[in-house]
Design a protein around this ligand. Structure first.
Ligand SMILES: [Zn+2]
Length: 183
């Protein structure tokens, strides 16, 4: 695929070489590097502690992205979450399909095919529910879209590690105000 046919508009600074998409800096990372880094943390801490470690950073980053795009495009509520998942799909993180979305109730159900967080050839990574980073990202997007300080906890209840796709859901209406809760 030629550069002009990419699903997102990539700009490259001629002087610094830095990439950006939609005005935000980006880096192109080999998938095996990402997966091997996650594996290294999980080997040291275990899956649950790794998920906890990255949770706040993931939420903050998704919130920041949504705020940036909201200011740029004037999107809000469910529309900003839909845009977020569309962009994740276009940037190669997987194919995201929304089944349920109501930020005002903290309701979300998303299926992901071809998740970029699944183990890749040459990786020794071996965890169930391998895509927990997305849980935090969805929480941050929901938090931004709802305008509420509380967080609707998102869980990956089925993963492509041992199924044909990943599925993420919220617990239903209700919010968690404890940012340090365990995933
Ligand atoms: Zn998964």
């Amino acid at each position: 695929m030629q550069n002009e046919e990419l699903p997102v508009p990539v700009e490259v600074d001629r002087y610094t070489g830095k990439w950006s998409v939609d005005g935000l800096p980006m880096v192109l990372v080999p998938q095996h590097l990402l997966v091997n880094n996650m594996d290294a943390v999980e080997q040291r801490l275990g899956r649950d502690e790794s998920a906890l470690l990255f949770r706040d950073a993931g939420r903050r980053s998704a919130f920041h992205w949504c705020a940036h795009e909201s200011a740029r495009l004037g999107l809000s509520g469910a529309a900003i979450v839909r845009h977020y998942l569309d962009r994740l799909s276009r940037r190669g993180w997987g194919r995201f399909e929304i089944d349920t979305l109501d930020p005002s109730r903290g309701a979300l159900s998303v299926r992901v095919r071809h998740s970029a967080l699944l183990p890749v050839d040459g990786s020794s990574r071996s965890v169930d529910r391998a895509c927990y980073l997305f849980e935090a990202w969805f929480e941050g997007a929901l938090q931004y879209a709802s305008g509420e300080p509380g967080i609707a906890p998102v869980h990956e209840d089925r993963c492509g590690v041992n199924a044909d796709e990943c599925r993420f859901t919220t617990d239903g209406p209700g919010r968690c105000h404890d940012k340090q809760r365990r995933p």
